[in-house]
Write a protein that binds this ligand. Structure first.
Ligand code: NDP
Length: 256
C-alpha cells in the first residue's frame, strides 16, 4: 500500500539546533506528524526542555549533546540515534550562527567559525547519516539556508557565503543520492523571530521596521511557520522534489 502523503509515524528525525528557534518549530511539526525526534545541540538544559515538550506530543524524543562542527562528535551522535531510536530517516541541518561584521573587520577565526557551524556541519551530518539512509532504502535531508542564500549583506559576509554554499551543497547531494532514493532540499527562511534575530534587531538600527515594510505578509515569521515545510520535505508528499531551495519568507524574496 502507498504510504499516506504526510504521515511520519515509524520514522526517526534528527534536527540539529532543534532545541530552540526554527529547529524547534520544525521538530514540533515532524513530531505532530508522528516522527520520533533526536534534538542535537550544545546546550543540554535547552535540549532537555525541548525533548520534554516533544515527548508530550506523544513521540519518542531524545537529546544528543554534540557540537556539529566536530566530526567525531557527529559520528557518535548518528550512532547513538540509530542505536536508541532504531533508524535514521530524516535529517534537518538547521544549526547556525552569525557574526555581524563587514568583510574588512571579520577575522579568520570568526570566518571559520561561521562557515564550520553553518556549512561544514551540514556536510558532516549528511555524510554521517548517509549509510543508514541508503541501507533503509531512502531518506530525506532538509538544509536551512537564508534570504542570504540569495541576497548579499554588508554585515554578514561569512554568513551569506555559508548560506549560498548550503544551496549548492543541497543540489550536489540531491544529484549524488537520488539513485539511493534520498531527497535533499533547502529551506530559505525570511526574517523569523528567534534568539538569533533578537540580537540582530538590537545590533542593526531600524531592522525591525525595514523587515516589516519589505515583507508582503507584513509580519515577522514565527517558528511554527516551519512545521508545514518540514513535514512536506520529510514525507512521501515530496518524493519527486529534490535539490530545491524553497523560501518560507512571507514573500520577502519576491518583493521588488
Ligand atoms: P537560534 O539561535 O534560535 O538557534 C540556533 C540553533 O543552533 C540553536 O539551537 C543552537 O543550539 C544550535 N547550534 C549553534 N551552533 C551549534 C553547534 N556548533 N553545534 C550544535 N548546535 C549548534 O537561531 P534560529 O532558529 O534563528 O536559526 C536556525 C537556523 O535558521 C540557522 O541556520 C539560521 O542561520 C537560519 N535562519 C534564521 C533566520 C531567522 O530570521 N531567524 C533567517 C534565515 C535563516 P545550542 O546553543 O544548544 O548549541
Amino acid at each position: 500500500m502507498k504510504p499516506a502523503l504526510f504521515t511520519l509515524s515509524g520514522k526517526v528525525a534528527i534536527v540539529t539546533g532543534g532545541n530552540g528557534g526554527i529547529g524547534l518549530g520544525m521538530a514540533r511539526g515532524l513530531a505532530e506528524a508522528g516522527a520520533d525526534i533526536a534534538v542535537v545541540g550544545r546546550d543540554a538544559a535547552k535540549s532537555t526542555a525541548a525533548v520534554a515538550e516533544l515527548a508530550r506530543i506523544g513521540v519518542r524524543a531524545i537529546s544528543v549533546v554534540a557540537d556539529v562542527t566536530d566530526q567525531a562528535a557527529v559520528a557518535t551522535m548518528a550512532a547513538r540515534v540509530a542505536g536508541e531510536l532504531g533508524r535514521i530517516d530524516i535529517l534537518v541541518n538547521n544549526a547556525g550562527i552569525n557574526i555581524r561584521k563587514p568583510p574588512h573587520a571579520l577575522d579568520i577565526a570568526e570566518w571559520n567559525r561561521v562557515i564550520q557551524t553553518n556549512l561544514t556541519s551540514a556536510f558532516l551530518c549528511s555524510q554521517a547519516v548517509y549509510p543508514a539512509m541508503k541501507a533503509a532504502g531512502g531518506g530525506k535531508i532538509v538544509n536551512i539556508g537564508s534570504m542570504m542564500s540569495i541576497f548579499g549583506a554588508s554585515f554578514a559576509p561569512a554568513y551569506a557565503a555559508s548560506k549560498g554554499g548550503i544551496v549548492q551543497f543541497t543540489r550536489s547531494c540531491a544529484c549524488a543520492w537520488a539513485a539511493d532514493n534520498i531527497q535533499v532540499n533547502a529551506v530559505l527562511p525570511g526574517w523569523i523571530d528567534t534568539d538569533l534575530t533578537k540580537r540582530a534587531r538590537q545590533e542593526i538600527d531600524g531592522l525591525h521596521d525595514r523587515v516589516l515594510q519589505r515583507t508582503p505578509a507584513a509580519r515577522w515569521g514565527e517558528i511554527d511557520d516551519f512545521g508545514g515545510i518540514a513535514v512536506f520535505l520529510a514525507s512521501p508528499a515530496s518524493d519527486f522534489v529534490t535539490g530545491t531551495a524553497i523560501p518560507v519568507d512571507g514573500g520577502y524574496s519576491i518583493m521588488g
